[in-house]
Design a protein. Structure first.
Length: 269
């Protein structure tokens, strides 16, 4: 079965549905700060497409930063339902829609084109990352912006790809056990490097409104899994007719405990 088929993917939607019960104003404010970093001038009056909307938290952040309208899509029906619930709760009168759609199947003829196309930490899980990036870029209006975050290439990529494939298929008790081992090791590393593990967990929401345990589950199970270097992202997307506006590349790392995301904002020429 092709990796771009829904059935081969980790159940991200179940994780986001469970995570959504922890969303409060503190997490919303952190998500707003994360989106504002990419769009320091705000989003006032802009149409915004959120590809791979997950919990809907960043769609909410976009509306909070002045987006005129938001269209949120995800391949996972649980994610879409969670996003609908969140947006209904916090911005019932705003102009938004959330629907089940794949970046591979949707088209500008059906969805339209947007001033901002945003896909944070999503397209590397589609099973065909570069095709997904190209498809996402096709929704950007002339002069519009394309914001993307993609896992950084590390020396441990092949190990993590195998782990994720096994974890995604494992029974829940085994997933739970693996998750405890991973989180314990990660917190032990924080201690060894002089950081306070309690503070690390307590302040985790500052990282785009995330939650430590849900993020660990997302990382360990995030299959399909692909990565890219910052240079690859820059060069290949610029060749699609864009120029780079903002970039937040990560340094090269071993990736023993995972990989972070390179973040870019491009403008369509």
């Amino acid at each position: 079965m092709s990796l771009i088929e829904r059935e081969t993917h980790f159940e991200f939607g179940e994780n986001w549905k469970n995570y959504s019960t922890t969303i409060d104003q503190k997490r919303i404010d952190s998500a707003i700060a994360g989106v504002r970093k990419l769009f320091p001038g705000g989003l006032t009056g802009k149409s915004f497409l959120d590809i791979g909307c997950g919990s809907g938290l960043h769609s909410l952040a976009a509306l909070s930063l002045g987006a005129e309208s938001v269209t949120a899509i995800d391949i996972d029906e649980n994610s879409v339902a969670t996003a609908q619930d969140l947006l209904t709760k916090y911005v019932p009168d705003a102009k938004w829609s959330a629907k089940v759609a794949s970046v591979f199947d949707a088209s500008s003829a059906t969805l339209g084109r947007f001033d901002v196309v945003y896909s944070w930490g999503v397209l590397h899980h589609t099973g065909d990352m570069w095709k997904a990036i190209e498809s996402a870029a096709g929704f950007v209006n002339s002069g519009g912006q394309f914001a993307i975050a993609i896992y950084s290439t590390t020396a441990c990529d092949s190990i993590w790809k195998t782990e994720k494939k096994l974890y995604a298929r494992a029974p829940r008790p085994i997933q739970w056990g693996i998750r405890q081992v991973y989180m314990t090791a990660l917190l032990a590393r924080q201690t060894l490097t002089g950081d306070n593990p309690v503070s690390y967990v307590r302040n985790y929401a500052k990282m785009r409104g995330m939650n430590f345990s849900h993020d660990a589950h997302d990382w360990l199970g995030g299959y399909p899994y692909e990565t890219a270097t910052a240079a690859e992202l820059h060069d290949r997307i610029c060749k699609m007719g864009f120029t780079a506006q903002l970039s937040f590349p990560l340094p090269v790392s071993l990736g023993l405990f995972g990989s972070g995301c390179h973040e870019f904002v491009f403008q369509k020429i």
